[in-house]
Design a protein around this ligand. Structure first.
Ligand SMILES: [Zn+2]
Length: 326
């Protein structure tokens, strides 16, 4: 029997009886990483040590955890061998690779092919069936070279500090905050983190990631620091006590025109923890799948792109439920 791939609030593989990144609590689920839209109060999970730890910090509660190192083989029931490979998205993020007598399958979760300063380098194991995220699956999403993005962020902060204006970078507390800390901290600029990001960053350090110095955002003592805070609605009010300030967002969506206006910021930098369009194509080339299922973002468009290049590909997750068999 070939692989069967079902989708309803997450991917389900009936042959092996595991959910992948289910959004509602399930009996058994692989959790690729600890972002909010990938975790739920499952009974039993497979995850990396880092993801399980970050998940405990965010979700609380108890669950049975099967912790796997990268590339460590694990025999599940149904005669399936599973392994986790680094996804390069955030610290501890993993792809699931499953092998049965019917062939192999790779599920990427969120991934980033270009090296991140705050995640393990992404792997590209061979697989017959590839289920991949395609957030930036349109040709217009070609991110500039990493060095150019990093220099832009550092210069933005330096210039503000020189003018005695507080630079505020809006970034998700898990993943992007730590990547920005690596960029700005290694440039020699002192960094203060909002409490949410501070908590996650402390856990990154406890889990073994080497990071530049950082401190908790201090209302009375922030002058001369780069401030990194989560992008919450009404953020301008929540940080209204920081004055004067110059604000920026760090997101792949900065490639879209109007990103500065939409985010209500002074600048937008295309620092993403996802693969851009050329890297999505490069990833498929390296995994060499016989069939691809695309998920998230421009899934339909990217599947059509792959078919035009001679790779069988179908979007899933756009319909509420879909039953696809090989
Ligand atoms: Zn994510």
């Amino acid at each position: 029997m070939p692989w069967e791939v079902l989708f309803k609030d997450g991917v389900y593989l009936p042959q092996i009886g595991w959910w992948l990144d289910a959004r509602r609590s399930q009996t058994r689920a692989f959790v690729s990483h600890a972002h909010g839209d990938h975790i739920a109060a499952h009974k039993e999970i497979i995850a990396t040590r880092t993801t399980a730890s970050l998940m405990r910090l965010r979700l609380g509660g108890k669950r049975q955890e099967t912790i796997l190192d990268f590339n460590q083989p694990w025999q599940s029931d149904f005669g399936c061998e599973m392994r986790l490979f680094p996804a390069g998205h955030i610290f501890g993020s993993a792809m699931l690779h499953a092998t049965t007598e019917h062939g192999s399958l790779l599920y990427t979760g969120d991934f980033k092919l270009r090296p991140s300063l705050a995640a393990e380098p992404c792997a590209t194991p061979r697989a017959d069936v590839l289920i991949m995220e395609t957030t930036f699956g349109l040709p217009r999403y070609v991110f500039p070279p990493a060095e150019e993005i990093e220099t832009g962020i550092i210069n933005f902060c330096r210039e503000a500090l020189t003018e005695k204006i507080a630079p505020v970078l809006f970034a998700y507390s898990l993943g992007k905050t730590q990547e920005l800390l690596q960029i700005v901290g290694h440039a020699g600029l002192p960094v203060m983190l909002h409490s949410h990001g501070y908590k996650m960053t402390q856990r990154y350090a406890e889990l073994g990631m080497k990071l530049p110095r950082f401190s908790l955002l201090d209302t009375g003592n922030y002058a001369g620091h780069v401030i990194i805070a989560p992008p919450t609605p009404g953020r301008s009010e929540s940080l209204s006590w920081i004055n004067p300030k110059r604000t920026a967002v760090a997101t792949g969506w900065a490639m879209d025109s109007g990103a500065i206006y939409r985010n209500g910021c002074d600048a937008a930098f295309p620092l993403s923890d996802h693969a851009d369009y050329p890297d999505l194509l490069a990833f498929v080339d390296q995994v060499q799948p016989k069939i691809v299922y695309t998920l998230h973002g421009f899934a339909k468009e990217f599947a059509a792109t792959l078919r035009a290049r001679g790779v069988e590909a179908w979007a899933i997750g756009q319909q509420n439920q879909m039953d696809l068999s090989l």
